[in-house]
Design a protein around this ligand. Structure first.
Ligand code: ZN
Length: 342
């Protein structure tokens, strides 16, 4: 009896010790993981108007690719968000890349040329410099952010500086491994890559379409959850245009004198089955064309469509109207007057 009560007496403090240990652990955890800051966009622009989401992270650990909204606006192994501008003309103009939260500058790199890299040989020459000119920032709660492909010579911060959210880090560029001018945003938590829209580890595919724990502000979250198709530009010309020229900033001009009249449309993040309705109204008021393109056989990240007539391109004001048709209804449209110069 005496033995048993001694055992009980010993057990009670032991149980108390466990409770205290758990409380202490919780305190340590609370200390080690303070609240993460809310994030905003890494680019100072109007999303969907003068800058666009071109690619999201790939959250699928397998060789297939899936974006955080369970779609395909990504490619295998892509580990960040790509916010693009239209062309190198925007790089020349200077679009600020900005910090997504208050933080301290950890590292920078500058001195990598701005180029559009389309072939494998050029890509090989960039090994180890894929990010191009970049900035790494450290934020509250063990969060870091990385910004890639900035314009050469534009980096406006130095390691050790503490800068508030929205501070200009540099300008958007196309340095490193970039097929178009953009900023690639990568986010890490305690050194591990995470997907900021879902708030989960980067390759946690179970987070797809469940961005409730996301790190972005509610406003930004809503912007990023929208479908990311967009018409970047449209216009009129007299000969079939090609896509690489558009990114370089050389969209064709409407010059009177050609023997055909074409309307073109440049769009991103198109889906299988999407079509374009392309209309041109002649300066004399007649409808020159009203054509609908064939449905796309598969998703297109970046696409150029055109349609036209063999009628001469004459001096005067044309009207061009473009609808992107998704499931038969306009998902987005662009209407414009185009002055053809004689
Ligand atoms: Zn990227």
């Amino acid at each position: 009896m005496l033995v048993a009560s001694a055992a009980l007496a010993r057990r009670a403090p032991a149980a108390m010790a466990v409770v205290l240990a758990v409380a202490a652990l919780q305190a340590i955890n609370a200390k080690a993981e303070p609240r993460l800051p809310e994030l905003t966009l890494p680019i100072d622009c109007h999303l969907g108007i003068d800058c666009f989401v071109q690619q999201m992270p790939d959250i699928d650990p397998d060789p297939t690719a899936m974006d955080p909204l369970c779609g395909e606006a990504t490619y295998d192994g892509h580990d960040g968000w790509d916010f693009r501008v239209r062309s190198m003309l925007d790089v020349a103009r200077g679009v600020p890349v900005i910090g997504i939260a208050d933080g301290r500058i950890l590292r920078i790199r500058d001195g990598v040329a701005d180029r559009i890299v389309l072939d494998g040989e050029e890509a090989e020459g960039l090994q180890g410099k894929e990010c191009g000119n970049g900035v790494v920032m450290e934020h509250e709660g063990g969060l870091t952010s990385q910004y890639c492909h900035l314009k050469m010579g534009s980096i406006a911060v130095r390691p050790g500086m503490f800068v508030p959210r929205g501070t200009r880090l540099g300008f958007i560029g196309s340095s490193g491994l970039a097929q178009f001018p953009h900023v690639h945003l990568g986010v890490r938590h305690n050194g591990r890559e995470i997907e900021p829209l879902t708030g989960r580890e980067l390759t946690d595919a179970s987070g797809c379409r469940r961005p409730n724990a996301g790190l972005f502000t509610k406003t930004i979250q809503r912007l990023l959850e929208r479908p990311q198709h967009a018409i970047l530009a449209a216009g009129l010309t007299d000969a079939p245009p090609t896509l690489p020229g558009f990114v370089a900033g050389k969209a064709p001009l409407a010059r009177a004198g050609g023997t055909s009249t074409l309307a073109w449309v440049w769009a991103i993040n198109l889906q299988e089955g999407d079509r374009f309705r392309i209309r041109i109204v002649h300066p004399d008021g007649s409808q020159l064309i009203d054509q609908t393109t064939d449905p796309l056989p598969r998703r297109k990240a970046n696409y150029l469509a055109y349609a036209g007539s063999r009628r001469d391109l004459v001096a005067g004001t044309y009207r061009v109207e473009i609808d992107l048709l998704r499931a038969g209804v306009p998902a987005t449209s662009m209407k414009m007057s185009v002055e053809a110069d004689g």
